[in-house]
Design a protein around this ligand. Structure first.
Ligand SMILES: [Zn+2]
Length: 483
């Protein structure tokens, strides 16, 4: 999500004229803060509407209520119990949680899938509450310039935001958390979160578990990257200050003290029962990727990219790069199906109007294609009509030699464009998270055989179950699978 610079600046401008010394709610020390609590709440409220709109609120009232109850319990035991907190599960496959000033806290259904107890959920929420009670975003806003104003959203870890195919798209926090300042804030949020866990009867060690979950995401991505012959995602420096072996962090959690009651709550089964049936991965409204294919129920299209290419689904197009990163393909809307495919193609390739256009049909659909040079690179461009809509399929290689190598793959892929069939419509349904009981024969290898998670399914299932990288299911215990 991109920072909402304009609104925050206007709030800032108002705030800067009212600079005052306030007390830090956590330390009790005077704290140079330019924003009053009322302004802080107002900022949060304004941004809240946008976050809800941009991410969407996950449509599962029972789960929303559960997360809110856990959050409110922690908030009552925090340093700012008087704020009106809200806890919302947003409909995003990203692995993240974040807080706005004033007590607005969000957790993605994406990260929920990787947590394994209510205590871990409380750890995530407690960390975010810590950012609110220590007024981190307010301090950062006060100290900030327009350049790092995105800091009003404080994520659980520097969120190299990912799209559905797991790509780094936006870095929410800009540079703020890369500074030592941000790292101190993260550690403080962990410390406060651990305290709130203990005061609410949860085991504060759950905070270390949560950090382990995030750390394992990074290791898993490195493993997948290796199998896909690509660089691991650039996680920003936060993990280096956040390893679960970090002595300062362990100290911090130890200092949180013993839980209020003797019964340290983990509530594993309760948590799993609550997330049973939750949507996992892509939201089908934006199209889903299954193995090498792309299905979009709304548009009614199905398309197969060359096997092994890395597919990324963006809001307005879907693209794939070759394993060796020297060729790419791209499928996007080319507007209404007006005139003939050749006319639309010619219009889209203005600069190359002289190219020879071949008329053809693809799975019974009218189409036109041509070979062109785009930005100095050999390319194939095809326009195909389906219903009232025209689609453009592009294939491009780094140079002529590469094109010669991948041309058959590109042509085969182009020829796969088709109207979504009834059987495929089923494939385009969302994946769901199911909780099952492990029998004595259950292994991750066996579960992976029928899993829609693809070639990294064994590791992915371990990751989801907190058993990465080498664990196996324990007989009789609950286990999350993806169907
Ligand atoms: Zn944080």
């Amino acid at each position: 999500m991109k920072p909402k610079i304009s609104t925050i600046i206007s709030v800032l401008a108002a705030a800067l004229t009212l600079a005052n010394c306030a007390q830090n709610p956590v330390t009790g020390n005077p704290n140079f803060v330019t924003m009053s609590e009322a302004q802080e709440v107002q900022t949060g409220q304004q941004e809240d509407a946008k976050v809800r709109k941009q991410y969407g609120v996950y449509d599962n009232p029972a789960l929303q209520q559960y997360v809110n109850e856990v959050g409110q319990k922690l908030a009552r035991n925090s340093h700012r119990p008087g704020l009106r907190y809200s806890f919302v599960v947003v409909d995003s496959p990203e692995i993240n949680a974040f807080a706005l000033p004033g007590g607005y806290i969000y957790i993605t259904r994406g990260i929920m899938a990787y947590l394994n107890s209510e205590a871990e959920l409380a750890g995530v929420l407690g960390h975010e509450i810590g950012h609110v009670t220590a007024r981190h975003s307010v301090q950062q806003l006060s100290a900030s310039t327009a350049a790092n104003v995105g800091a009003s959203l404080i994520g659980i870890f520097v969120p190299a935001l990912r799209n559905q195919a797991g790509d780094t798209v936006v870095n929410l926090l800009g540079n703020v958390l890369l500074s030592g300042y941000g790292r101190e804030h993260e550690l403080e949020a962990d410390r406060l979160g651990a305290q709130y866990l203990a005061r609410s009867g949860y085991d504060p060690q759950a905070m270390l578990k949560v950090i382990g979950v995030l750390k394992n995401q990074e290791l898993f991505d490195a493993e997948v990257a290796k199998s896909e012959n690509r660089q691991p995602r650039a996680y920003h420096g936060l993990f280096s200050s956040h390893p679960d072996s970090d002595t300062r962090l362990r100290q911090t959690v130890a200092e949180a003290g013993k839980p209020a009651s003797d019964a340290t709550r983990l509530d594993q089964e309760e948590f799993l029962r609550r997330i049973d049936g939750m949507v996992f991965g892509d939201n089908p409204e934006q199209g889903v990727i299954r193995n090498d294919s792309f299905y979009h129920t709304g548009l009614g299209i199905a398309y197969a990219f060359p096997p092994g290419w890395r597919i990324r689904n963006f809001p307005d197009h879907v693209a794939a790069t070759s394993p060796t990163n020297d060729a790419l393909m791209d499928l996007r809307s080319a507007g209404p199906a007006q005139g003939t495919p050749a006319e639309v193609l010619r219009k889209m390739l203005r600069a190359n109007a002289g190219s020879e256009i071949a008329l053809t049909t693809i799975n019974g659909l009218a189409a036109a294609s041509t070979t062109v040079n785009m930005q100095g690179k050999p390319s194939r461009a095809t326009v195909v009509f389906l219903g009232k809509q025209a689609y453009m399929i592009g294939g491009q290689a780094r140079d002529a030699q590469v094109m010669q190598r991948v041309l058959t793959e590109i042509n085969t892929s182009v020829a796969s464009f088709r109207a979504l069939g009834d059987a495929e419509r089923k494939l385009a349904q969302p994946l769901t998270l199911k909780v099952m009981n492990a029998s004595k024969d259950t292994t991750f290898a066996e579960l992976a055989r029928n899993s829609p998670l693809g070639k990294n399914a064994v590791s992915h299932l371990r990751l989801i179950n907190g058993l990465y990288p080498t664990g196996e299911p324990l007989t009789g215990l609950s286990l999350k699978v993806i169907e």
